[in-house]
Write a protein that binds this ligand. Sequence first.
Ligand code: AP5
Length: 216
Amino acid sequence: MDIILLGPPGAGKGTQSQRLVDSRGMVQLSTGDMLRAAVRAGTPVGLKAKAIMDAGELVSDAIVSALIGEHLDQSRTQGAIFDGFPRTQNQAEALDILLDERGRNLAHVIELEVDEEALVERITGRFTCATCSAPYHDRFKPTAVQDQCDVCGGHEFKRRPDDNEQTVRTRMAEYRAKTAPILPYYEARGLVSRVDGMAKMDEVTRQIDAVLDGAA
Ligand code: AP5
């Protein structure tokens, strides 16, 4: 089953994708993660993407669609969660072609409904372990022991360079202007379900499970 998780920055797409990976063996295809990996590796795509991401703007449709195509080919047999893709009408149409070429079908588009102001706190407070990437949040999920990773015991942590308030506001404006308008494209095909992204994480997971299990 291939699905899209749609929502503005900080809506919980990455958090819920990881839970679906763990519970259902699906594969998370996050264009944000792919682009950050390219930036770290210093590839030509990464070099192009870095300044755009740091500014909170969108990387070109051609680049992200090509990345998704490559990763789909590496995970042929698993259901895919598209996390942060598509983000424009062009990307939505590109995804249809990519899926069609591979004989795959989109089963659900799940929109995480959220309050944008609350998201600024969610995003600016998040950090990860530099060693094992375990996710934390200053307020919602601090480490049990100060400055020590609960999972691997590491003492170094990192924050995304685009997780400052100014960039977050640009990312939200991009979402409103370019991503939210693609919802009618999927609504017309009866694919869209909405879950309360402001609920507690376990409740959001329960609502997503209900959609995927046909119980919503
Ligand atoms: P990307 O990496 O996709 O970032 P984003 O969409 O801005 O989303 P985030 O990762 O910030 O948030 P999320 O919804 O995954 O929330 P999370 O689960 O982490 O994109 C980054 C950049 O790359 C873009 O700005 C763009 O430049 C480029 N890019 C990427 N894809 C592109 C594309 N397709 N086209 C063009 N450019 C592209 O949760 C956030 C925090 O909240 C966490 O701390 C979490 O613990 C906490 N949290 C989550 N759920 C809850 C809850 N229910 N209650 C309380 N706290 C919660």
